[in-house]
Design a protein around this ligand. Structure first.
Ligand code: C5P
Length: 319
């Protein structure tokens, strides 16, 4: 095959707890997260272009079309790992059709990069195993391994160590984001360290036991028992502690969703997207209308989507 189209779902964090500094990855944190794929997805088209060049196109003005794009770095990583195969097949044309909002806490860049890894594995007929792809994904970013596998998973370490959980694909999600807001992920983690660093767990035994407690704790039980109301009640994100006080529009959206009967509402990742859970599409639509009426700001965008049980998938291929 000479060309592949892939779908790359976004994610939300149902749970994000910061445990301490990472001993093995300086500058990073040890986390326990529960990650969930959603149907809101980008489309990534890859094709061999018969030249030596890697060319990236994107229809979104805020997305860089050069090396600062993680999808571009995913191609460079594959070229560096498999130089002979790269020399044989030559360059690539990559086109990103963005649906996932940019710099939003929804892993849009990470999922595009994961799709590039899968697409190149297929184009270059490498036949990489899932663990081999996961190892490459972890070199690109903490969320990339989850984006590759998708579904519902508990993530530990810096987010790259995954343990899958049963899927919950019947739940609906309303996302809301102020178009003018962007939050830098490194800033959010640094601000958290500055304020809460004194209480970080220090030794590896305490880190491990805390991660195990979350694994056997109430949120994972609620997921195993498929109890949407409990999942909504147990949503948690430590990064809210630094983002909410400094970013009033995020708090306002959260409060608005809370007041109109969401099963639960939370900021995703380092924000600024706020999500709210609903039992049905009708409930999600009603919540969106109510929140739009409460916050009549034309710069706030809304999306209604659903949990989904997969990561990167091939949509079509052409010979
Ligand atoms: O891995 P990724 O490039 O997505 O991480 C972006 C930034 O988020 C890191 O440079 C770091 O500042 C912060 N981070 C962290 N601990 C993690 C994941 C990310 O401090 N486990």
């Amino acid at each position: 095959m000479h060309s592949y189209s892939l779908t790359a779902p976004a994610k939300i964090n149902l749970y994000l707890e910061i445990l301490g500094d990472s001993a093995s990855n300086p500058g990073y944190h040890e986390l326990v997260m529960i990650l969930q794929s959603i149907e809101l997805a980008d489309q990534i088209d890859l094709r061999l272009n018969g030249t030596e060049e890697i060319r990236l196109h994107c229809d979104h003005p805020q997305v860089p079309q050069n090396k600062s794009n993680l999808a571009y770095r995913a191609v460079e990583l594959m070229a560096a790992q498999f130089p002979d195969v790269y020399a044989r097949f030559g360059g690539l044309e990559i086109s990103l059709k963005k649906q996932i909002p940019v710099a939003a806490g929804l892993a849009g860049g990470s999922t595009d990069a994961a799709a590039v890894l899968v697409g190149i594995d297929l184009l270059w007929q490498l036949g990489l195993t899932q663990p081999e792809l996961q190892e490459l994904a972890a070199k690109l970013g903490s969320d990339v391994p989850f984006c590759l596998a998708g579904g519902t998973a508990l993530a530990t370490g810096r987010g790259e160590q995954l343990s899958s959980l049963p899927s919950l694909d019947s739940m609906y999600v309303v996302l809301a984001k102020d178009r003018n807001l962007m939050i830098s992920t490194p800033w959010a983690y640094q601000a958290y360290r500055a304020e809460f660093g004194h209480s970080y767990l220090k030794d590896s035994a305490s880190l491990q036991s805390r991660a195990e407690r979350v694994h056997s704790g109430p949120m994972v039980q609620a997921i195993l028992q498929k109890k949407p109301a409990q999942i909504g009640q147990l949503l948690h994100n430590d990064l809210e502690k630094v983002v909410l006080p400094t970013t009033p529009p995020v708090s306002q959206l959260r409060e608005a969703f809370e007041s109109c009967g969401a099963l639960g509402t939370m900021m995703s990742g380092s924000g600024p997207t706020v999500f709210a859970l609903a039992n049905s599409e009708a409930q999600a639509q009603k919540m969106e209308q109510q929140v739009r009426a409460m916050i009549p700001d034309p710069d706030v965008d809304f999306w209604i989507t659903k949990f989904c049980n997969h990561g990167i998938q091939v949509i079509s291929s052409i010979d």
